[in-house]
Every structure is written in structure tokens, then in C-alpha cells.
Design a binder for this molecule. Structure first.
Ligand SMILES: [Zn+2]
Length: 53
């Protein structure tokens, strides 16, 4: 498994083209309507980029 494939349960991806990483306590995206329980966990690399901005 490549590092870029490692996911974290603390975040998830919605369907938005940008700003699609949400904290796990956010149950849905108010922009695209994606539900946390139906969406995949975010990849670590995505979260790392988010937190360094
Ligand atoms: Zn969204």
C-alpha cells in the first residue's frame, strides 16, 4: 500500500470539486448534500495539505 492510499477515519470526502475534506463530526456537506456515512474516508495526504494551509 502506497502512503497516498492511507485513509483516516477522522475526515471524509464529499462530492465538491474543492474544499471536499470534512471533519468526521460533520454529518453532511451543505454544498453538495453528500452524507458522511455514504462517502469514503479522506486520504492522509489530503488532510495533511488541508492542515498546512
Ligand atoms: Zn460537498
Amino acid at each position: 500500500m502506497a502512503f497516498s492510499d492511507i485513509t483516516t477515519p477522522d475526515y471524509w470526502d464529499c462530492e465538491c470539486p474543492t474544499d471536499y475534506v470534512h471533519r468526521s463530526f460533520v454529518s453532511s456537506c451543505h454544498l453538495c448534500g453528500a452524507l458522511r456515512e455514504e462517502q469514503p474516508d479522506s486520504r492522509r495526504t489530503e488532510v495533511d495539505q488541508l492542515e498546512t494551509v
